[in-house]
Design a protein around this ligand. Structure first.
Ligand SMILES: [Zn+2]
Length: 130
């Protein structure tokens, strides 16, 4: 289980990711990293008002809200805050359902304002992750 992360701003996400690095592409408005538990699964976090928010202060990054990998076997749940991984408790089935509902609602109400790359990633992430 990782405790610290670094990050890379990239134009496109590389084919093979190093663990402990959050790859950020502003072209696709997306951040991608390998699950911090070490299971090797890739976690895609689209950056948009209805998905994740990336904060960058020149040295450190944070992602909001937390990252809940409930579709992976590890079901890990953590925050990335100021280049640190803060481990949170696992999700209950009810929490997962509630969050899924919330996200699909927000998606459908805001989808018309989104740019194409973000829509593409949203489709991808909802296909693979949710
Ligand atoms: Zn994992």
């Amino acid at each position: 289980m990782k405790k610290n992360v670094t990050f890379k701003f990239v134009k496109t996400i590389p084919d093979s990711l190093d663990s402990g690095i959050v790859y950020i592409t502003t072209y696709y408005n997306t951040a991608v990293h390998k699950c911090m538990c070490g299971c090797g699964n890739e976690v895609v976090t689209p950056l948009s008002p209805s998905d994740w928010e990336l904060t960058y202060n020149g040295e450190q990054i944070s992602l909001y809200p937390s990252i809940g990998n409930w579709s992976f076997e590890c079901q890990s749940h953590y925050w990335i805050k100021n280049n640190k991984v803060i481990w949170a408790e696992k999700w209950s089935k009810r929490q997962i359902k509630a969050r899924r509902r919330k996200q699909s609602r927000e998606r459908s109400s805001k989808s018309c304002t989104k740019s194409k790359p973000v829509l593409f990633w949203n489709k991808l992430i909802s296909y693979f992750t949710f």
